[in-house]
Design a protein around this ligand. Structure first.
Ligand SMILES: Cc1cc2nc3c(=O)[nH]c(=O)nc-3n(C[C@H](O)[C@H](O)[C@H](O)COP(=O)(O)OP(=O)(O)OC[C@H]3O[C@@H](n4cnc5c(N)ncnc54)[C@H](O)[C@@H]3O)c2cc1C
Length: 457
């Protein structure tokens, strides 16, 4: 008789695992059932801001593989609109609710793949009966927002609460749709994924785009009129709003896991080993935004909810479930985003992370350009490097600039992954031609500056 794999969560991590397991094991050997509480499978949440802005025309373009494709081409029994409400590890069964029919379904499993993603933070003040308050965690969330924005007459005033990269991307999307946008951030800067000196450049770009940025401001309540949101109340006065986007960060979605007795780590994510096996739980695997992982520079457990990791981790889990061997090597926190044409990249540790991990370090900021200064389209590029003192090992890097800035972070990510020193980096053989870089690439300029900063005084 075939073994049975049950997948909880039908997006990046869950369906990557299911597909990989299927590649290695036939239907006769492994039956696969995937429960997804939403309407979609294998969609790109990362693409939601670009669909909201109108840059991506159709929602369907964000769906890599729909349930029918999984059924027909992968022989995976995908059940959308089914929410798993309990996992019984003793009986080895899951209990799911059919969200449309209301019926309870019980399905036994031999192997469980837990891939429920993350839950957006929703403080007490965000709970309101007024319509018009949205998160953008799933494609269903994005669809609800899009419907609200497409109403006639459309909303005119948007407030984005939270200035992480999702808040920043959503603010831009709403400006592009023609809304007047205010971004409210409790800290002194939005974009706390980079150091404040680099975040200032992002703040300036957002203001240039027409976004009103209110920093150091706390939201205390949401007011409604006639069942619709009308105002965001803050400790610095009210802000009128026809639509509110919550971008307050996420935490691992572990409620079911906890109830089932799966172990959580210090970050709140599920504890897994390098093969994505849940620690101490035979036959149970987890991947994606619901797990914690190892930061290769700080050596600490971290929760870094990014699609790039969810896909890789899901693939690793699936290969192992399929009888192969694969490991996930940890993360260094590489991420990129943009505000209009301004690109932002980061990898490794920020200054505060390096301090928290106990490193001694220098940090330098180098100003350069994306192309040879005389070449049309040359624009400023700012590179920040953080290097251990006295070894010179690269600990972190951030880049803000125009075209070719964001993906330059990959050069630095590879250097960091391979534990290069800034001295080694000054000799890197990087490509040069006037349309693509100055003769001294901004990465090399920054590395040289870091070497100077490390020189004994
Ligand atoms: C707006 C936005 C932009 C982003 N941009 C980027 C980017 O540019 N780059 C990047 O690397 N990452 C980005 N991310 C993050 C990335 O989308 C996530 O890291 C990735 O989707 C995580 O995949 P996952 O499979 O772990 O979780 P999810 O994609 O969240 O999938 C989990 C699924 O499980 C389902 N589920 C949860 N509980 C249950 C249950 N009990 N029963 C059944 N189903 C359940 C959910 O409905 C969901 O579909 C972005 C995220 C958002 C929201």
């Amino acid at each position: 008789m075939a073994e049975r794999l049950i997948v909880v969560g039908g997006d990046a991590a869950g369906m990557a695992a299911a597909s990989q397991a299927r590649r290695r094991r036939s239907r006769d050997d492994l039956e696969i059932i995937a429960f997804e509480r939403g309407h979609f499978t294998s969609y790109s949440a990362c693409g939601i801001p670009y669909w909201i802005s109108g840059l991506v025309a159709d929602r369907e373009q964000l769906v890599a593989r729909d349930p029918a494709t999984f059924r027909e081409s992968y022989d995976i029994d995908v059940r959308v609109r089914h929410e798993v409400v309990a996992i019984d590890l003793n009986r080895r069964e899951v209990i799911a609710m059919d969200l449309d029919g209301g019926a309870e379904v019980r399905e036994p499993f031999d192997t469980l793949m837990y891939a429920t993603g993350a839950v957006p933070a929703k403080p007490a003040w965000a709970h309101t009966d007024g319509a018009g308050v949205f998160g953008v965690q799933t494609l269903d969330d994005g669809s609800a927002l899009r419907e609200w924005l497409d109403a006639d007459p459309p909303p005119r005033r948007a407030v984005v609460v939270g200035g992480g990269y999702i808040g920043v991307e959503m603010a831009e999307a709403l400006v592009l749709r023609g809304l007047s946008v205010t971004l409210v951030e409790r800290d002194e800067q939005p974009m706390s994924t980079v150091d404040p000196d680099m975040a200032q450049l992002v703040t300036n770009a957002m203001r240039g785009l027409g976004v009103t940025i209110r920093t150091g401001v706390k939201v205390t309540a949401l007011s409604e009129r006639d069942g619709r949101i009308c105002e965001v109340v803050t400790d610095d006065g009210p802000i009128p709003a026809d639509v509110v986007i919550l971008g307050l960060g996420v935490r691992p979605n572990t409620a079911l896991a906890e109830a089932a007795g799966l172990p959580l780590g210090p970050t709140g994510g599920i504890r897994v080993d390098r093969r994505m096996r849940v620690t101490g739980m035979p036959g149970v695997w987890a991947a994606g935004d619901c797990v914690e992982t190892l930061h290769r520079v700080s050596g600490m457990p971290v929760h870094v909810p990014l699609g790039t990791h969810a896909n890789k981790q899901g693939r690793v889990a699936g290969i192992n479930i399929g009888g192969g061997y694969a490991t996930f090597a940890g993360v260094i926190g590489t991420a990129v985003t943009k505000v209009c044409d301004l690109e932002v990249g980061r990898t490794g540790l920020r200054e505060r992370d390096a301090l928290a991990a106990g490193f001694e370090f220098v940090s330098v900021i180098a100003e350069s350009t994306n192309r040879a200064g005389y070449y049309p389209g040359a624009r400023p590029m700012t590179v920040k490097l953080i290097a251990e003192r006295p070894s010179g090992r690269l600990l972190g890097a951030q880049i803000v600039g125009w075209s070719e800035a964001a993906k330059r972070i990959d050069t630095l990510a590879v250097a960091l992954w391979n534990r290069m020193t800034v001295d080694d980096m000054t000799a890197l053989d990087l490509g040069y031609a006037p349309p693509y870089a100055p003769v001294w690439d901004p990465v090399l300029v920054a590395a040289r500056k870091a070497v100077d900063a490390l020189a004994p005084r």
